[in-house]
Every structure is written in C-alpha cells, then in structure tokens.
Write a protein that binds this ligand. Structure first.
Ligand code: PLP
Length: 418
C-alpha cells in the first residue's frame, strides 16, 4: 500500500519552512532530496571508517573498500548489469558522457563520422560531443569544426521525438546515437527500447542518458541492450558529486582512459605504464568514497519501495497537475498533455510573466520551481521563447501541494494583472 505520510517521513528536509510557509519542493528534476538513511550512511562513513580505498592494509581502509565496492555492485544490480565491472563511478552524468566521448569516441573517430543526438538533450549530452571537434575560435569562444558531423533528431508537433526521421538519419551509418530516456524539460518518456533496436540494426551504438529516468522508472540495461548508460546520484535521492556509467564489457575493454593518475594503473616505470583492471582504469585518483556509499544507500532505499505503486502514484500526480494547470487561463503548457507518456515534469509559462519572476513569486509561497533554459537551449528555442518555468514532482509530493501551487499561480496572475 502506498502511504504518502510514511514516505514523506523519510525526508527530513520536507519539514522545513521557506518564507514562513511549509516547503513545497517541485524542483526534483534539478536535484532530489535525500532520505534520512542516506544522510546517516554518509555521516556514519565519516564518523567511523573514513579512509582511502584499495591501497590500505589497515582495518578502516578495508572497511571503506568493501563498502565502496558493495555500492558498485548495488548500482550494477539496480540497473541489471551483468557485472559490477561494467560500472564506473564518476562525479555525475556530465562527467560520464565526457568519459564516453573522450575514451570511446575520440580514439575511434574517422573523417566524416556521424553521430545522432536529439533536440531535447540536456547540454551535457551535446557539448562533450561538440568538444571533440577541437576547432576553437578564440575570439568568438565557439567550437566549430567538422571532425564529426552531429545530426539532431527533431520533435513532432506533439513534442515527442520524431522517430520516423530516425530511419533516414540511420541510413548514413552513424557511429553513435546518444539520447535522453526522459526529457528534463518536458517529462516525455522516449521509446528507448524501440530506438535502440533500430540503431543496432543500423550498427550504431547507443548511449542512454538516464539522469532523469532513473528516479521514475525501473531500468534494465540487458533488456534495453544499450551500450552505454549514464546517471547522477543527486537525481535519484543520493548525494551530489557522485554518478556512474554502465558500459558493455566488450566495449569497455577497448576504451582508453582519458584521466591518468593513481589507482588507474597497475604498474608504472619511467618508460611505460600498465593500466589497472576494469573498471579501475577509468577511476583515476581518490574517488568520492562517501558519495558512492551514499548512492548505494539511496538504491537500498529505492529498492525498499514498491516501485509499481510509485509509478501509479506519480502518474496520478501528473494527471492532476496537468488538469489543474491547464484549467487556468493564461497558463501555457509545453509538456505533452498525454500524461501516459510523461513523468510528472511540467514545462510552462504564465502569460508573459518571465519565468524567473514567477519562480520568485512562488518562492515567497515556499514553493521551489525552476526557471530559465534548463540547460536545454536547442529545445527551449523550439518553443519560441528563451525561458520557461518547470515544476518537477516526485513520489514524496502530494495533491495538496499541487493545490497550493495552483493558488500561487493565481496569485502571480493577480499581481501581474493577467
Ligand atoms: C537529462 C539530463 N542529462 C544530464 C544532466 C546532467 O546531470 P549532472 O549535472 O548531474 O551531470 C541533467 C541535469 O539536469 C539532465 O536533466
């Protein structure tokens, strides 16, 4: 049984007030909140066994190594990877995509190679690929160049990916298709399995950006058959500064580390180095040990919930949010209005109120939403505006909070005489 009060009791931050109002946190797509068990796990690490991993013989080091590697196994199990060796810890999803770009694509680029991205990507799934072009115009600060050609899959008029156009782009035999599973702006869930199948038929590898979907949907990398997948701890109820990537082992074996240093080498002499085993060769330097262990605790927490019930609840929240919001005159919703295809993430504007003004009016009511371009400028540009507001909900949000959000929007309308 889904018990919202029991769920909320796990998140201490939800008890705080902002501007003398009970906090309503609708900014989960930017960062989600941490359950007490994650905070306690991190605190316990620093209080009782803080030490560096892998290298030490002493008790503390062996305890932290065991917990760090256990966290890797938890990530592997959570996304159903075959082996923990296919999981590399990173700082976040952004670093994960940069790692794939630098360690897999860069060494393999041939003239005229193509890749496919989509218009709905977060900048972190655009810029790392553009950087490979390595042609920097100092005066304009713009990366240009034609080392790789990047094609962008457009959207349909309903703001879904235009899968029909994918077939045509795939005839050019791209090396890679890298795309988000769930749009951080629109909440759209992309038909990732169908896309991966099509890409593989055209011999293109697929990188899935699961930064948003990991918090809303179960993910099985073996069923999906994706080649790469990236995630960030702070968007899945874990700490910030920790993320992970999954790479199919046969691909990982051929990748070349792009960060060098301690931990990623087995042997070093003055004229040669030998890389460490997988996956350690991709984790140069001391990693975020507390972060990884905290992420492991977040995964345990998610596993303790009934995720089928969570999906049902989030779907109801989303329907309610869209119904109530679209009933207000002057609210323009950019997210698709078919809630069956969406996570509870709604991009919107209210009349001609700038989204930053709206966010600050809502903040006065204790409501945290995000405003601006959401690091997805190519997508926002298609809305013919430079800025939108976004309410992003998760399973600890409530219908009552949505009602208060609606009242706050009406207040903003009155203030702006709309
Ligand atoms: C879809 C998507 N991809 C990638 C990222 C980047 O995540 P991070 O900043 O944790 O690296 C975000 C962050 O908002 C996102 O929403």
């Amino acid at each position: 049984m889904f018990d919202i009060q029991k769920i909320r009791a796990n998140f201490p931050i939800l008890n705080r007030s902002v501007n003398n109002k009970q906090l309503i946190y609708f900014d989960n797509a930017a960062t989600s909140q941490l359950p007490r068990v994650v905070i306690d796990t991190i605190s316990n690490y620093y209080t009782t066994y803080n030490s560096n991993i892998h290298r030490g013989i002493h008790t503390l080091s062996s305890e932290s190594t065991i917990q760090y590697e256990l966290a890797r196994q938890k990530v592997a199990n959570f996304i159903h990877a075959k082996s923990a060796d296919e999981i590399i810890f990173t700082r976040n999803a952004t670093e994960g995509i940069n790692l794939i770009a630098q360690s897999w694509l860069a060494p393999n680029i041939k003239p005229k190679d193509e890749i496919i991205l989509t218009i709905m990507e977060h900048h972190s799934n655009i810029v790392p690929w553009v950087l490979l072009n390595k042609k920097y115009n100092k005066s304009s600060g713009v990366y240009l160049g034609d080392k790789i050609k990047i094609n962008f899959l457009p959207l349909t008029t309903d703001r879904a990916l235009d899968i029909n156009k994918l077939d045509k782009l795939l005839t050019k035999h791209p090396k890679l298709v890298s795309l988000t599973h769930l749009s951080n702006v629109l909440g759209t869930i992309n038909p990732i399995q169908e896309i991966i199948k099509k890409c593989h038929e055209a011999s293109a590898l697929v990188c899935v950006d699961a930064s948003q979907s990991i918090a809303h949907l179960p993910i099985n990398v073996q069923d999906l058959d994706c080649d790469f997948l990236v995630l960030s701890g702070h968007k899945m109820f874990g700490p910030s500064g920790i993320g992970a990537i999954y790479v199919k082992k046969r691909i990982l074996e051929k990748m070349i580390p792009f960060l060098g240093g301690g931990e990623m080498v087995k042997d070093v002499s003055l004229d040669y180095i030998m890389f460490n085993e997988l996956p350690y060769r991709f984790e140069a330097g001391t990693p975020n040990i507390a972060g990884a262990i905290g992420l492991g605790a977040a995964i345990d927490f998610l596993n303790s919930l009934d995720r089928t019930e969570i999906i049902k609840y989030e779907n109801k929240l989303n329907k309610y949010l869209l119904k109530k919001s679209s009933a207000i005159d002057a609210v323009h919703i950019y997210s698709p209005l078919n809630p069956n295809l969406n996570a509870p993430i709604m991009a919107f504007n209210v009349g001609d109120i700038h989204s930053h003004d709206l966010a600050s009016i809502l903040d006065k009511e204790g409501i945290a939403i995000r405003s601006g371009h959401h690091c997805a400028k190519p997508l926002i540009t298609t809305f013919k505006t430079s800025s939108v507001a976004r309410a992003s909900l998760t399973f600890y949000n409530t219908f009552d909070e949505i009602d208060k959000f609606i009242l706050a929007i009406q207040k903003a309308k009155r203030l702006f005489r709309i």
